[in-house]
Design a protein around this ligand. Structure first.
Ligand code: AMP
Ligand code: ZN
Ligand code: MN
Length: 887
């Protein structure tokens, strides 16, 4: 054989070897992946709620966040508290619930709402009604917290069935009609519905009339809807449907009929009840109601309300009362159960005590209680991970059976659970003896191996926390068997709850970078993304009917409140100006303002979450002349978190470029304590102090870091130790002009350079308030005097380039010296000085270019343009008209 051939053969053999090794590896990996994929039933079972793109109430142990209407309010307050309280005091009494000629029959037709556009049409219809009836159906077995599967809405003309599974993510569309205090919503027994609507959709009911409350006031013998339907409408219902699976689609026809009936007759029933309430003044009231009425009356007299006396003979008193009790329901807030000491343990305690009551013998079996606790921890966590109810995962009886006589093989485990559930069904339903055996739930079946661990008696587990950790890691950890979802990722967040944080830290359990990044990204989305559509796409028309712009609600209200416009459309709202505006956008090449805008990321089109992004960084923009800020809708766009990250880091890089180009550093280099400076320089004459202090003074950031380091060693640290200390000590000392430092100085140093807003935030966070100034140090950093007061033409503070290009700052009352604010101010001052407003405009264009190059946006609204001039004529009433600046 020739050498050449030998080489060829050797080469072929080695190639084959490499290929087979690669293939073997690939197969091994695939097999491994398959094992993992096959392990959880949810990898192959689709549940409707997993298609929801936004979930307000997830299954983590953290509190539910309510809607916040403005930035100041807290998310644990009712966003419509004042509106509802206004209704409680001043209810609307002239109800026109129904015209009395309503036909009893339900027609054959109804409207099924299963997409966004139909929902919008419905909102449009409802916004024109003064009253409509509502009922909801829930699904709770295959969900941890339960979810609304259907909403029935009836007007006098039509029955609507809203498929809240299909339109789950768009339900915000109905928010305005439910919150509108001028539209009365009639429910029967709204206690739960009101809370469910908050939980699933952030829908808050304002102006409710609850027919069950009317029954109470009237002291009806029964208060069920079935009773009312029978009494007033002669219809019988089968409440059996209440417990049906309302997730089914298409909804079986009998369930559709049942669902319609729950809302259809309410408007008629309420009219009958209101007439009865009005008749009540003739003395036809019950004793118990009279008692509560008298109590109420006394408390009202005591609280010296002037009109309570007259309300006695008010023929609407009882209507008022029913109304008041109804609206009181609206003030309820949905809450999630807070973290128990250890998850699942309250359920465990109640199972144990119930069982021990009946079975004294188990008392001598310590293992029983321990097993019940372990199983309850497992059940609680598994229900949350898979978004299933506790009952579905594993029944109480199955837990008792498993703990009483722990089985050891998978077969035994299954039969113990089935047997326990059959026994329960039989005892509940004794006439039905041939009940079908209930199999263990899919959660149990697909995670049977967990039980081998949970039920072993020599289990090396000291407490429930360890079970929790292991289960969490096994199922949601880096190589976990189950899927992360919107419902369960919150369980991974270390910052979620204190208790959970403790568990995670104690066990030193860390998630892989990938999982951690995924969870943190999701948390970021949850925390920072806009909670409701940003663009309301409200329209403003000129009085000749031409479209002037799209805008938000606030802007519409601004014009409406001043009687400068009238409402011409409601959903989405539109107004027509009552004065002649300056020009028309089309005529001025400003087409951008007459485009409706989509609530999606302008970069990649992501529509599930988005946050506002400022193309012109705020450190510059806040210093722009007021009228140049007006085209903010052009320069604030929506982006998803990924595009946000890209755009933001590009902007930070570009800021550095601007800093070196203009010779204006990004951070303030030097500050000095104004007090010391005064002492040193007598009257603190401006120019000399700047020169003199060129070698004194410290960077505010450095000062802050130094002060924090010193404070961390304890606020009571002897002052001397600070003095002898190292570099950090020297920084603080230098700031105070070389004098001895007191502990208060350190506290105060933390606040140097902060804006009032930042100071407030810090004080709130740290829970400390500023120490009062002592006589020897009369000036504290929070009322820090400008170093060169006399030379300062700008009373709100300014920044001055020092001789070496560093910046001395006089502490402005508003501007933080810790961020890029002073840099921004200097840059903008420079732009205006050199190029006037055109200079600012050019600068904006540069930033738009940076943005475009960073994310290559494909979904910018039509008319968006890098060279957008923002030159607009402002009308007489415009907030941006320089002449109207006070507004
Ligand atoms: P309803 O107010 O009668 O329309 O009931 C609304 C929802 O409450 C139903 O879809 C059920 O999910 C739930 N529900 C009401 N009563 C029961 C019950 N007795 N058992 C189980 N679920 C119920
Ligand atoms: Zn699973
Ligand atoms: Mn119902």
């Amino acid at each position: 054989m020739e050498n050449k051939d030998k080489i060829k053969i050797a080469f072929t053999i080695s190639c084959l070897a490499v290929v087979s090794i690669l293939l073997a590896n690939k197969f091994r990996k695939q097999r491994k992946r398959k094992q993992n994929i096959g392990s959880c039933y949810l990898k192959s079972e689709a549940k409707p709620q997993h298609n929801f793109k936004r979930v307000l109430a997830n299954n983590s142990y953290s509190a539910f966040k309510h809607l916040k209407l403005d930035d100041d309010s807290s998310s644990d307050l009712h966003p419509f508290e004042s509106e509802i309280k206004a209704l409680l005091e001043n209810p609307e009494l002239e109800f026109e619930f129904c015209d009395g000629t309503m036909s009893m029959d339900m027609s054959d037709t109804y409207v099924w709402i299963d997409d966004e556009s139909k929902l919008k049409e419905l909102a449009q219809v409802l916004s024109k009604e003064r009253v409509f009836a509502v009922d909801t159906e829930q699904h709770s077995l295959r969900s941890f917290l339960g979810f609304t599967a259907l909403i029935q809405i009836s007007t006098r003309e039509e029955d609507y069935l809203v498929d809240t599974i299909a339109v789950h993510d768009y339900m915000g569309i109905l928010f305005p009609v439910f919150a509108n205090p001028n539209i009365c919503k009639v429910f029967h027994g709204a206690d739960n519905d009101v809370i469910w609507l908050q939980r699933d959709f952030h829908i808050y009911v304002v102006n409710l009339f609850d027919t069950a409350k009317a029954c109470d006031v009237l002291s009806k013998p029964q208060r069920s809807l079935a009773y009312l339907l029978e009494t007033y409408c002669g219809v019988t219902t089968n409440k059996f449907y209440q417990r049906e699976d309302w997730r089914q689609r298409p909804l079986p026809i009998d369930m559709v009929e049942y669902a319609r009936m729950d809302a259809h007759y309410l408007l008629y029933i309420v009219q009958c009840l209101v007439s009865e309430l009005k008749l009540l003044k003739n003395g036809v009231f019950s004793f118990s109601f009279l008692l509560s009425f008298i109590n109420d009356f006394i408390s009202k007299v005591n609280s010296s309300s002037e009109n309570s006396a007259s309300s006695l003979d008010d023929k609407f008193y009882y209507v008022f009362e029913a109304n008041r009790r109804s609206n009181a329901l609206c003030l309820q807030l949905f809450t999630k159960e807070v973290l128990e000491a250890s998850p699942g343990q309250s359920a465990a305690s109640s199972i144990i005590s119930r069982h021990l009551n009946d079975h004294e013998t188990s008392r001598n079996n310590p293992q029983f209680q321990d097993l019940v606790r372990r199983l309850c921890t497992w059940r609680d966590l598994m229900a949350r991970i898979h978004d299933e109810s506790l009952k579905y995962v594993l029944s109480d009886n199955a837990i008792i059976a498993l703990a009483s006589k722990p089985p050891s093989t998978p077969q035994e485990i299954c039969s113990t659970i089935s047997q326990a559930d059959i026994d329960t069904t039989d005892s509940q339903n004794s006439q039905n003896s041939n009940s079908t055996p209930r199999f263990p739930s899919s959660v149990v079946l697909s995670h049977l191996d967990d039980f081998i661990y949970l039920l072993q008696d020599d289990i090396n587990v000291t407490n429930q926390d360890d079970v929790f950790q292991l289960v969490l890691k096994k199922h949601l950890g880096p190589h976990g068997s189950c899927n992360l979802s919107l419902y369960n990722y919150g369980l991974l967040s270390k910052t979620n709850t204190k208790g959970y944080k403790k568990l995670v830290n104690k066990n030193g359990y860390k998630f892989s970078k990938k999982v951690a990044r995924k969870a943190s990204r999701e948390l970021f989305v949850q925390k920072f993304s806009c909670k409701s559509p940003v663009y309301h796409n409200c329209r403003i028309y000129a009085n000749d009917g031409r479209l002037l712009c799209y805008c938000d609600r606030r802007k519409l209200e601004w014009y409406l409140q001043r009687d400068l416009a009238k409402l011409v459309d409601e959903s989405p709202p539109a107004i027509k100006l009552l004065f002649e505006p300056k020009g028309r956008p089309e005529d001025e090449g400003n087409d951008f303002y007459i485009q409706s805008k989509k609530n999606i990321c302008v970069g990649c089109g992501e529509g599930n979450h988005y946050l506002r992004y400022r193309i012109i960084p705020s450190c510059y923009r806040i210093h722009f002349p007021e009228h140049l800020k007006s085209h903010r809708s052009h320069d604030i766009v929506l982006v998803c978190v990924d595009c946000h990250e890209k755009a933001h880091s590009a902007a930070e890089r570009y800021k550095k470029k601007v800093a070196s180009e203009f010779g204006i550093p990004l951070f303030v280099h030097k500050v000095v304590d104004g007090n010391e400076e005064q002492e040193q320089n007598g009257n603190g004459n401006g120019s000399t102090s700047v020169m003199k202090l060129a070698d004194g003074g410290v960077s505010p950031l450095e000062l802050r870091t130094a002060a924090m380091a010193l404070l961390r060693h304890g606020p009571r640290m002897p002052a001397q130790r600070c003095q002898e200390l190292t570099e950090v000590g020297r920084v603080v000392k230098k700031y105070y002009g070389g004098r001895e430092i007191t502990p208060e100085d350190l506290q105060n140093a933390l606040l140097v350079g902060m804006s009032p807003h930042e100071k407030r935030r810090l004080q709130k966070k740290k829970g400390f308030s500023l120490t009062t100034p002592s006589t020897t140090t009369p000036l504290l950093p929070n009322d820090h005097k400008p170093m060169d007061q006399s030379a300062n033409p700008n009373p709100t503070g300014s920044v001055h380039p020092g001789p070496d290009g560093s910046v001395f700052a006089t502490c402005s009352s508003k501007l933080s010296l810790l961020g890029h604010g002073p840099h921004g101010k200097q840059v903008v001052d420079f732009l205006i000085k050199e190029g006037g407003e055109d200079g600012v405009r050019e600068f904006c264009q540069r930033w738009r270019q940076v943005f475009v190059e960073a994310i290559h946006p494909r979904f910018l609204p039509g008319g968006w343009d890098v060279t957008h001039s923002g030159r607009r004529e402002f009308g007489d009433y415009s907030v941006y008209n320089p002449a109207n600046k006070i507004l």
